[in-house]
Design a protein around this ligand. Sequence first.
Ligand code: ZN
Length: 125
Amino acid sequence: MHELSMAQGIIDAVLQTAENNKAMEVNEVYIEIGRLAMINPEQLKFMLSVLVENTIMEDAKINIEEIPIEIRCSQCDFHGNAILDDEDHYAPLVKCPECDSQKISILNGKDCIVKNIVIEKPDDD
Ligand SMILES: [Zn+2]
């Protein structure tokens, strides 16, 4: 399943960052999912909750934000957010909202990234 490998990748990235910063615990994780990353946020959240067991991010609050798809249209030169046909979450049809063309370049919205994490460090004294 796609969400499973994605969840594992996110956890690896978070734990690596936490380790580099000598964190004792990860309190919060902020994740951005592009609408074209083909990720179901609920499933991803579930996978994460299972996979974080026995790690320092076990009790972390997971915040997932879906980000829109940014496009440039080769037909009319529109630049901005595409409107998605929401009928099918996994195979969205991306079109230019101005002229309905599908000749577009996708500039943003294909990735799933860890945007930020909040960690707890040992007291410096
Ligand atoms: Zn257009």
